[in-house]
Design a binder for this molecule. Sequence first.
Ligand code: SIN
Length: 315
Amino acid sequence: MNATTSPLKSTRMHVEPLPFALGAIVTGVDLRQLDAALFAALHATWLEHLVIVIRGQQIGDDDLTAFSARFGVLDEVPIVSKGQAPRYNKHISVISNIIENGVPIGGLGDDEVLWHSDTSYRDVPPSASVLQALEIPAKGGDTGFSNMYLALETLPPSLRERIDTLSAKQDITYTAGGQRRDGFTPVTDVRACPGATHPLVRTHPDTRRNALYLGRRRNAYILGLDVAESEELLDTLWQHATQNFLAWHHQWQAGDVVVWDNRCVMHHRDPFDASGRRIMHRAQARDAARPARDPAADGAPHPRGQHYLAQQLAR
Ligand code: SIN
């Protein structure tokens, strides 16, 4: 998978695929000035590499939401944890460890954020998450991304077959950083917690490839199984899906805008030192329809992860 430069006139968009199971660095674009052809090229790059890092963007919140809206229906921000500053824009989540006048300006603090895909507890979770780095600490706070097409494709065949028609409930109560959301009570029975139910195997509506869709681990429950059986199967799937060979960890630079595809990617955030300042703004867009497993999808693998595996084997 070689680096490419867009042949489009008036742009020097350059795409550098990363030597991992997903990801590419994009340079030479200004997100405030994307015509239809250039956005189509960027969108195709995103579908091919699953996560794109667009370097050097000096953009405001309106630019961020306008860019995000090109990926689908602009989403409203998630419900935050108690004590956090009220949202200041219904489409922008602030992710930050900064406390001003005793009140956190954003969510997720400086702790580890566990592997998840964004707002999977909603009936129609986001397709694209768009995260802009405004301030970055000197060390830590890297964001990991993991290829869920490849996670599905590398499952043992019997396990792959077992989960093909199963669905899991996704709990809304806690953020992936472990904070309880404002207005929710602690969960005592995973079968009864609030949230949406989604198939464990979903067909990506654009690429038509199937991916493993785990959402979030805490309080998840696989419908139709008893709780112990569900826990055991979820543990096995999560152990598989969080292996290093599926992942790449991004070290941020201020000015990066990263777009990931929640339909086929999970992400994770490393902790960082509380004395460092980290401020990120996130917008997200969704598809029109809820996640589904389409039996007509032919089950062909997505080329990005397969290319990476073939390279590893050839070494
Ligand atoms: C998240 O969206 O889960 C947080 C990502 C990050 O802070 O890098």
